[in-house]
Unconditional design. Structure first.
Length: 242
């Protein structure tokens, strides 16, 4: 049974439908990437999965139907979203942001959940150096690290990343994708939304190409990375990461 199974997913804003019946799945321990141009519906997909945006269709998470489940319900089940704008508490210290990320573990009375902070610091040593610094004073790359670290504090069953490379310098982008590779090696299930097709497919098991609300292509990530249609349309912009 897939960890996440989505069937005929429709979502949009008012009368404007953005997603026109998506079908996809993610197995436990997999990294699945959704690539595509701006406006294709990538971020809308994550918003629908988290319950931020109303949707139609069927979303099964570990066999449980999420119809009617609130945002908090989905967080408690183990879904965690790192949004594209990071949404940090800028006037709070780095460590306090991480502690807030442990809400799920704290509410479920997970013993010694605070120890997850050390795991995050091992993954992101720079955050440990800046643990007493206000989140709003961090660089763009450091804010992205903190956003991912905060999500990991909930020990999620599925980590969803919305454009983690957006607005970052190439060196920082490499560092972020290196972290994703390390999480993949640890068995973390990840749904990755990215415009940087080359980098996304390089760290993924499977990929989907989203165009105007529907999947134009899907398959093993390596096969997509070598597909002439994907190369011609999506991979040129990412050659700077070669």
């Amino acid at each position: 049974m897939a960890l996440l199974e989505v069937s005929d997913l429709h979502a949009g804003y008012g009368r404007a439908e953005v997603l026109a019946g998506l079908d996809f799945e993610l197995q436990e321990g997999q990294v699945v990437s959704v690539i595509g141009p701006n406006g294709a519906g990538k971020s809308t997909t994550l918003a629908a999965l988290m319950g931020i945006l109303p949707s139609r269709g069927r979303i099964l998470f570990d066999g449980q139907d999420l119809a009617g489940a609130s945002l908090e319900d989905r967080v408690m089940l183990g879904l965690a979203l790192v949004p594209g704008n990071r949404e940090l508490f800028g006037t709070m210290q780095v460590e306090d942001n991480l502690i807030l990320g442990g809400y799920r573990a704290m509410k479920q009375r997970v013993p010694h959940w605070q120890r997850e902070i050390e795991q995050v610091y091992t993954l992101f040593p720079r955050l440990k150096e800046r643990r007493l610094q206000l989140a709003g004073t961090l660089s763009g790359g450091e804010r992205q690290m903190l956003a991912v670290g905060r999500a990991l504090m909930s020990t999620p069953r599925l980590l969803m990343l919305d454009e983690p490379s957006l607005g970052l310098a190439p060196l920082i982008v490499r560092e972020i994708f290196s972290i994703i590779e390390r999480l993949r090696a640890k068995g973390t299930s990840i749904l990755l939304i990215e415009q940087n097709a080359r980098a996304a497919l390089a760290v993924s098991d499977r990929g989907y190409v989203l165009e105007t609300g529907t999947f134009a292509l899907n398959g093993p990530a390596e096969a997509l990375a070598n597909d002439r249609r994907v190369i011609d349309t999506y991979l040129g912009a990412a050659r700077s990461l070669d």
